[in-house]
Unconditional design. Structure first.
Length: 524
């Protein structure tokens, strides 16, 4: 409706002009009576008519009152309403009430002062069952409750985040999901209370009380009055008695029989040499560091039940971290670490007839060296689901030479450097998961494997291969491209083109069959 003048008469009139722009440059005079102007948006002048206390003139516009700017003189009942986004610029006179999507307001509520904001429900959080003992096993629920004030018919959403807190904070593995959470709560119309439940792992390990918080943020259609609540995982396990403790520069030529408690033995500088350890129980640790040779050499170590740790580290390039030794761990989750931190060529971590046998827990073995994490040695794990990680240099392809036996567990994992396609796989017996993995001419990897079910590679994060995916009975590991290696780094970098017409001969080593082809324009 454009450039129109409307003069209503006596009576309760309704004038509706809703559309893309409502009204444009119009004059509407409601006259005497209680009139309704249903415009939505527009420009022009709206006159409610003769001011009579028993008559109420109403103007209806789109959107919320907060979207508009109001200015005027309340004593004269005269004002201006502006909303640039909707194209609204109206002068009003003797209009008594104004209706928007967030409510109906009298003239003096809007003009000459900021209109009152719509009331929003209030949100608060309390720890209803979140300060308690963790239990000895299983999942134990810790509960927080978020409440919303009553009287709302709208949906309300709020984000909650759990986080470590205080002097002894929780860790991710304290929770069944293995992570510390963030998520959203959504209140449906009529809902005024929702719970947040975090499942905590029960265990038998003595720990200090552990703290965490749950915090509310980012409310939609609501305000937060109490943002944070606290949870505490209370220790309910008995503190173990401390066993024997030995710490000296070097442990040499000793026979050590530990206790049935948690024993601790440490060689701080000269390593452990020609010694025998036999511990009887508890969570034992044997830590050895050497800066003038092997960290553990000509030594036999046997640990009993408990979460045991054996760690050997050397800085000497031509001395293995563990050398001419045997390590046998008991049940539970044991960890064996061997590191040679020298960057010299030929550095080894486990070398020269070392035998490592782990027990029936979920054990972890890590060997790290520039050239040979393992060499001329054997690693054999027990019936648990074990992880063996070999960390070598030369683009990750120096994983060592030796034998790895995953034992009778059915979820054993071997982690190697590089990518899966850069290795050669030779199957010996699929029923026993027997095979050989090597890096050919590209690195120092030649491992005889038995009983290893799964494989990961450091340059393929998030990907796990089953044994039968890699060991197919054929050798493979041929790269997919022939390219012009402009910078001579052995990798196809961006901008290095493929080479067309290069003859390629592929031979099946089992049948002797040869396939000949040439590369295409992309070097494929």
């Amino acid at each position: 409706m454009d450039n129109v003048t409307i003069q209503a008469g006596i009576g309760n009139d309704v004038i509706t002009a809703q559309g893309a722009l409502g009204v444009q440059d119009v004059l509407i005079n409601g006259g005497e009576g209680s009139d309704i102007f249903n415009l939505g948006s527009g420009t022009g002048t709206i006159v409610g008519g003769i001011p009579i206390s028993s008559e109420i003139d109403l103007l209806i516009l789109d959107g919320q009152s907060l979207d508009y700017t109001f200015s005027g003189i309340t004593d004269l009942n005269l004002g201006t309403i502006v909303n640039d986004d909707l194209g609204t610029n109206l002068t009003v006179f003797n209009v008594d009430e104004f209706r928007f999507s967030d409510g109906t307001f009298a003239f003096d509520e809007l003009f000459g002062e900021t209109p009152p904001p719509p009331e929003l429900p209030e949100l608060s959080i309390q720890a209803t069952d979140a300060n308690k003992e963790e239990g000895n096993d299983g999942a134990n629920p810790f509960t927080f409750t978020v409440t919303r004030t009553e009287g709302t018919s709208q949906e309300t959403t709020v984000t909650w985040t759990a986080a470590p807190a205080f002097s002894n904070p929780v860790e991710a593995n304290d929770f069944v999901a293995g992570t510390i959470f963030t998520d959203e709560l959504t209140f449906q119309p009529g809902e005024n209370s929702l719970d947040i439940t975090l499942n905590v792992n029960g265990d038998l390990t003595f720990e200090e009380n552990e703290g965490f918080t749950v915090t509310l943020s980012n409310p939609i259609n609501g305000t937060i009055t109490q943002a944070t609540a606290t949870g505490t995982i209370l220790n309910d396990d008995q503190e173990p008695e401390q066993g024997e403790t030995i710490s000296r520069r070097q442990i040499n030529g000793e026979t050590i029989e530990g206790t049935d408690l948690s024993d601790s033995y440490e060689a701080t500088q000269g390593g452990i040499r020609q010694s025998t350890f036999e511990t009887l129980g508890g969570n034992d640790s044997i830590i050895s560091f050497s800066e003038n040779g092997s960290a553990i050499v000509f030594t036999q170590i046997s640990t009993s039940d408990g979460d045991d740790t054996v760690s050997a580290e050397t800085t000497v390039g031509n001395s293995p971290a563990i050398n001419f030794s045997e390590i046998n761990t008991g049940a539970n989750a044991d960890t064996v670490i061997a590191k040679n931190t020298s960057d010299s060529s030929g550095a080894t971590a486990i070398d020269d007839q070392v035998i490592i046998n782990t027990g029936d827990g979920n054990d972890t073995i890590i060997a790290e060296a520039e050239s040979f994490p393992i060499k001329n040695s054997t690693i054999k794990t027990g019936s648990g689901n074990d992880t063996i990680e070999l960390r070598g240099g030369n683009d990750g392809l120096d994983n060592g030479l030796g034998t790895i036996d995953g034992g009778s567990g059915d979820q054993d994992l071997l982690i190697l450097g590089g990518t899966s396609i850069r290795y050669l796989y030779e199957l010996e017996d699929s029923t026993e998961l027997q095979g050989n993995i090597s890096a050919g001419d590209f690195g120092n990897t030649d491992l005889d494997l038995t009983g290893v079910e799964f494989f990961q590679f450091t340059e393929e994060p998030g990907t796990t291969y089953a044994f039968d995916e890699l060991f197919t009975g054929e050798f493979f590991g041929v790269g997919g491209f022939v390219w012009d290696d402009l910078n001579r780094n052995g990798l196809q970098d961006s901008g290095e083109p493929g080479i067309e017409g290069v003859p390629v001969a592929l031979q099946n080593t089992f049948t002797g069959e040869t396939l000949e082809t040439t590369t295409d324009v992309d070097g494929l």
